[in-house]
Design a binder for this molecule. Sequence first.
Ligand code: SF4
Length: 409
Amino acid sequence: MSSATERRDFEATKKMKGVMGKYFMELTQGPQQGRKTAWCTSVGPAELLRALGYNVYFPENHGAMLGATRMATDLIPLANARGFSPDICSYLTSDIGSYLKGESPLQKMKMPGPPKADVLVFNTNQCRDVKDWFQFYGREWNVPCVGIHTPRAIGELDDSLIDHVAQQTEALVEPLEKAAGTKLDIDKLRETIALSKQCTDLWKTVLEAAANVPSPLTFFDGTIQMGPAVVLRGHQDAVDYYRLLLDELKQRAADGVAAVEGERFRVYWEGMPIWGKLSSLSGQFTELRTCVAASTYCNSWVFEALDPSDPFRSMARAYSSIFICRSEEFKEQYIQQMVEHFRIDGILYHDAKTCPNNSNNRYEMPERLRQKLGKPYLVVNGDLNDLRLYSEEQTRTNIEAFVEQLAEE
Ligand code: SF4
């Protein structure tokens, strides 16, 4: 039996659990099989690492798991006691807390915990926190921590910027070859980039399905379905999975199946998810017959610029194009285009206390966009992982009032 507020799951999700399980199993078995492990930030040079034969592990994915399982709130204080402020990224503090306590959601999947890194590779395109986070483990394990420093608040992506980032990426080859004990095969890199590009194109098409009215999927579905795009880009398994999901989505759209029954309104989610509250938020929006149809967050794993014929420059372009490292003007234009494309009635901005980098309500943007687009907005105060910074009651009331406002527009 399913209640009216339950998420309508996809058949494909069963397959995804297998795909993700295999990925984590390979991470665990890597060292016994003589494979090295590289830690990579979510928008780091994963293709280069895969082409060098590393198993690639993404700690932000672990951070999200710590949030979704609500383990984070109890683990953060351990990192605080170690000297990491409660005001900085709660992925970082919950992950380091998890390491210090030796507790991880991965243990429920019969893994001992996150795999130890042979090398840590960051890209500061998203924030400085990822570098500090990786450097902690670099010191703990005495392993190399290398990375790319991408400029922030980028307006136009010009050649000099692409050259600068591409050169930094190429400069990683030597230390990464050394840690891997192998030489880079450029054809393997091209092949991996081609797979990443296929994954990204399919993921984009999955998200595009939400342009249908009613939408066959929600932002909350997206936060689950994005798993393979995050951890398996550059791998055939991700491509195969999204083909399967897409078939199901096309069928749903053709049959007019709505993710939210009786969809009345469509909302855009701007900012980080609140991982520990996805299910209750999804339930509330479903009750209100309001579909959170699109988000900046899920679209952050769309890397259209990837091109196997120009590996380093295209990686540089793809990873410097992401929303989070762009200028306010770019961001506004991007949101405007999303609002129009997905036929959005109102925008919800999540002000995540410990992630100023991905909270776009702080410098008047919601008001500017309201004036430009004539769409109402709501700011929800909370956090990605630290639930002490989130008031469920207040948020529920604010969302109810927001949807009433949408009804009056
Ligand atoms: S972008 Fe935000 S959530 Fe992501 S690692 Fe950086 S500070 Fe943390």
